[in-house]
Ligand binder design. Structure first.
Ligand SMILES: Nc1ncnc2c1ncn2[C@@H]1O[C@H](COP(=O)(O)OP(=O)(O)OP(=O)(O)O)[C@@H](O)[C@H]1O
Ligand SMILES: [Mg+2]
Length: 238
């Protein structure tokens, strides 16, 4: 497995609140990594740092052996950001743009029909607006926008949160197909353990600002790590 992104000793704080205090993590080519952890543990912040959308305070993020983000100029940073396709936590669609505009975003080369097909949307929705479609469809549109640039790395921030169970299953199946077919390098943040079991190869559990556990999906259920066990079983620590 070839490493694509290497995160070392990453620290990030907001004002005086430390969110990430020493994150070390590798993202490997064609692998599907799930990042799990409690609400507020820093999952979204971490992936925003990884994709270059958010600056970090300490440590480094390396892309292959080609460059690192620390002290990099704007050009490198923008190049880095463009390697990622991101489905944001709340889909983050533009209300004033129709679905077509939301997906293509001025990307003239986009093969819109192929993209719609990949995410299970019908072309009839293209001239409607985000407010007029369901949450499940909004996620699909967000996903379509994330893959339209043919990204090297796909980040999915809570792809099934807020969806009903049936829609969640559909989205998980869709993602599984997408990840398997295109051999995409994927980072999925989720609360939903069924998504993790559905298509993750590796799992990283973030807790107290660190990666508290990292391993193969097969080893997740066998873990003796109490914090992780409690998290996956939905227990609250005493
Ligand atoms: N731009 C910001 N300014 C200040 N604080 C922030 C900012 N972004 C995130 N935070 C804080 O950082 C912490 C981690 O946030 P983050 O969104 O990464 O959590 P999360 O693990 O993704 O949670 P959830 O599962 O609820 O999405 C939270 O306490 C949040 O309030
Ligand atoms: Mg989040």
């Amino acid at each position: 497995m070839k490493p694509v992104v290497k995160i070392s000793n990453l620290k990030k704080k907001f004002r005086n609140k430390e969110i990430l205090n020493d994150v070390n993590l590798m993202i490997y080519e064609s692998q599907s990594l799930a990042i799990i952890g409690e609400s507020g543990s820093g999952k979204s912040v971490l992936t925003k740092c990884i994709s270059g959308l958010l600056d970090f305070d300490f440590g480094n993020i390396r892309y292959k052996d080609i460059y690192s983000l620390k002290n990099s100029n704007e050009k490198v940073k923008n190049q880095h950001i463009s390697k990622f396709g991101i489905l944001f936590q709340n889909a983050a669609l533009f209300d004033s743009m129709n679905i077509y505009q939301n997906i293509t975003f001025g990307n003239k080369k986009a093969n819109i029909l192929k993209i719609l097909d990949a995410v299970g949307l019908n072309k009839d929705c293209l001239d409607t607006y985000p407010a007029n479609i369901s949450a499940g469809m909004q996620k699909r549109v967000g996903l379509a926008r994330a893959i339209v640039t043919d990204p090297e790395i796909l980040i999915l921030d809570e792809p099934t949160t807020g969806l009903d169970p049936i829609m969640s299953i559909q989205i998980n199946k869709l993602l599984k197909k997408l990840v398997a077919k295109q051999k995409l390098t994927t980072i999925t943040i989720t609360h939903d353990m069924s998504s993790v079991y559905e298509y993750a190869d590796k799992v990283a559990f973030i807790c107290d600002g660190n990666i508290n556990w990292y391993g193969d999906i097969q080893d997740l259920k066998k873990t003796t790590n109490i914090k992780l066990k409690n998290f996956i079983n939905g227990k609250i620590e005493d």
